[in-house]
Design a protein around this ligand. Structure first.
Ligand code: T3D
Length: 261
């Protein structure tokens, strides 16, 4: 999996986008490999958190534009096919994997790269990194969930400005807008992201996964429906070994040892 590497340690799958010469922009093999890596992380019980990052100076510059519109005029797949087959499955996997996903944004995140980062559960960003909704500059609309998540994260007025103007947003501005979780010095980004991912991997994985499912549902449900979702998922969480362990450890005044189920 040369365009995407995956290493597993301490219950954390670290997935790295590796096309640094084109700022980790996505061609179809890289998109497919990221989908496969996320499927493998979802299916392996020993993996209890995911860390996504990019190699080199960028996180991801979105679609590889030379693939979308080859300079030699060779045939390219229709854009809607690329969106349906490359990006939609990635964003769905990131939101549907019932394990926490930490994104370490090591540099610029543009186009689909920005919205893929924002679809992760914890977005940790290096001070020098930036976000660009680059779509409008080339005549496209935001994809990869941007039109769904951005208005929910920052409100319609700011989402409109971000997507239509396509201006570069610094890490500090992204934090101030509430788009991301934290900004950290570039040199400590990976270690901070690993520490967070390891911490999450030692927590009650099933409970965190059900929390994610409930938060996803809450983005579109009304209150009555969401209260019912909470009741149902709380029932499921309450039947886990980790719930018994958490309460037992509290009552016995000792540290809990969660096993993830
Ligand atoms: O099929 C479809 O199009 C549908 C799917 C759409 C999803 C999308 O993601 S659409 C949006 C696509 N992305 C962009 O429009 C971003 C294009 N890139 C940029 O605007 C800039 O590169 C950045 C703002 C991201 C970074 O700027 P900078 O100055 O730090 O780097 P650079 O010099 O522009 O880029 C460095 C190299 O990476 C350069 O190659 P070179 O000159 O060293 O050989 C550049 O061509 C290459 N590169 C950067 N982005 C892409 C790319 N090559 C192909 N595709 C890219 N997206």
């Amino acid at each position: 999996m040369s365009e995407v590497t995956c290493e597993v340690a301490d219950g954390v799958a670290t997935i790295t986008l590796v096309r640094p010469e084109v700022l980790n922009s996505f061609n179809r093999p890289m998109a497919r490999r990221l989908q496969q890596a996320l499927d493998a992380a979802a299916g392996e019980d020993g993996i209890r958190a995911v860390l996504l990052t990019g190699a080199g100076r960028a996180f991801c510059a979105g679609q590889d534009l030379a693939e979308a519109m080859p300079p030699d005029d060779s045939p390219a797949p229709p854009i809607e096919t690329i969106v349906r087959e490359s990006y939609n499955p990635i964003v769905r996997r990131l939101r549907e994997i019932e394990k926490p996903v930490v994104c370490a944004v090591n540099g610029v995140a543009a186009g689909a790269g920005a919205n893929i980062a924002l679809a992760c559960d914890f977005v940790l960003v290096a001070e020098q990194a930036s976000f660009v909704q680059a779509f409008s500059k080339i005549g496209l609309i935001p994809d990869s969930g941007g039109t769904f998540l951005l208005p929910r994260l920052v409100g319609l007025a700011r989402a409109t400005a971000l997507t239509m103007l396509g201006e570069k947003l610094t890490a500090a501005d992204a934090l101030a807008l509430g788009l991301i979780y934290r900004v950290v010095p570039g040199e400590s980004l990976l270690e901070e992201a690993r520490t967070l991912a390891r911490r999450l991997a030692a927590m009650p994985t099933r409970g965190l996964g059900l929390t994610k499912r409930a938060l996803n549902a809450g983005l579109t449900n009304d209150l009555a429906t969401q209260l019912e979702v909470e009741a149902e998922l709380q029932g499921e969480a309450g039947r886990t070994a980790d719930y018994r362990e958490g309460v037992g450890a509290f009552l016995e005044k000792r540290a809990a040892r969660f096993v993830g189920r």
